[in-house]
Design a protein around this ligand. Structure first.
Ligand code: AMP
Length: 282
């Protein structure tokens, strides 16, 4: 495994692979890797001849009052995890390597970024699409792997790739959960034991939503109300949103139909957690 810190060095390393027609998989991450990240990495390793994992805590996707400074980082641990998965290249650039001091260009996906997390995190998705577009240009990957955990992010990136004709296949990988159902996240490390326990209500509310749909419920309002009851009954929950939207367009739905995304964001203290489930409703 090779650790690469420079854009040019990565390009030069990948050039021979591309010339030989080898397939390249890219797994973009902000590091502090957990099983969720590893499932993306394993999928890339299984499907591509070379795998690049990027580790970059991207400042432009954090708001001024968000957790950029305290975001958990442990590059050495991440490197040994990547090594043991058989990753070929870890790309871990400095901020100054990724952004020119006077950079003036950004990528914006309109509309899909207005709702859900976009509402309480203005500018967040511009940061995400800009850095992911840069990574696509730097790596020239055949496939790029994203988690369903960040379902809006995956939808936004699919839209960017489609609209800008970026030659990459976006693969969405199912959410990996702790045994008790909590979606794995680097931010779970912020939770106190009590908050960690309360946060189980997020998964419980999603399971309840699926059960209601199985039993024939199609009213988004009724499902959201029930989810909200479950989450509000957990200690310390501050609901940012519970939304039921079309999984591709992210348009809000009143009646459930087609591929439906049920997504939520809830704060426990300073920690904002997101989770979701997708259901095909006939
Ligand atoms: P992050 O490091 O949080 O930016 O995440 C990097 C990638 O890993 C994103 O595509 C996430 O959606 C994905 N990811 C994070 N947590 C999980 C999880 N629990 N299950 C599956 N994918 C995940």
């Amino acid at each position: 495994m090779r650790l690469i810190r420079r854009v040019q060095e990565l390009r030069e390393a990948l050039e021979p692979l591309r010339r030989e027609g080898k397939s390249i998989g890219l797994v973009p991450t902000m590091g502090y890797l957990h099983e969720g990240h590893l499932s993306l990495i394993r999928r890339s390793m299984a499907e591509c001849e070379a795998t690049v994992v990027s580790i970059f805590v991207n400042p432009t996707q954090f708001g001024p009052n968000e957790d950029f400074d305290r975001y958990p980082r442990d590059l050495n641990r991440d490197l040994s995890l990547c090594e043991s998965e058989g990753v070929d290249y870890v790309f871990a650039p400095d901020v100054s390597e990724m952004y020119h001091k006077d950079a003036t260009t950004k990528v914006t996906v309109a509309k899909l970024t207005e709702g859900l997390c976009g509402r309480s995190r203005p500018g967040h998705f511009d940061g995400v699409t800009t850095v992911v577009c840069k990574l696509f240009n730097i790596v020239g990957a055949d496939k790029a792997y994203f988690g369903q955990k960040d379902a809006q992010q995956a939808a936004v990136i699919r839209r960017m790739v489609r609209d800008l004709n970026i030659p990459v296949n976006v693969v969405e990988v199912p959410t990996v959960r702790e045994p008790d159902g909590l979606a794995m996240s680097s931010r779970n490390s912020y939770l106190t034991p009590e908050q960690r326990q309360s946060a189980l209500s997020l998964y419980r509310s999603l399971v309840m939503a699926r059960e209601m749909i199985d039993q024939g419920e199609r009213s988004a309002h009724k499902i959201r109300e029930r989810m909200s009851d479950i989450i509000r009954s957990s200690e310390g929950a501050d609901i940012d949103y519970i939304e039921i939207v079309d999984a591709d367009t992210l348009d809000s739905l009143e009646r459930l139909e087609g591929q439906v995304l049920i997504a939520l964001a809830v704060r426990y203290g300073d920690t904002r957690l997101i989770d979701n489930t997708k259901v095909e409703v006939s």
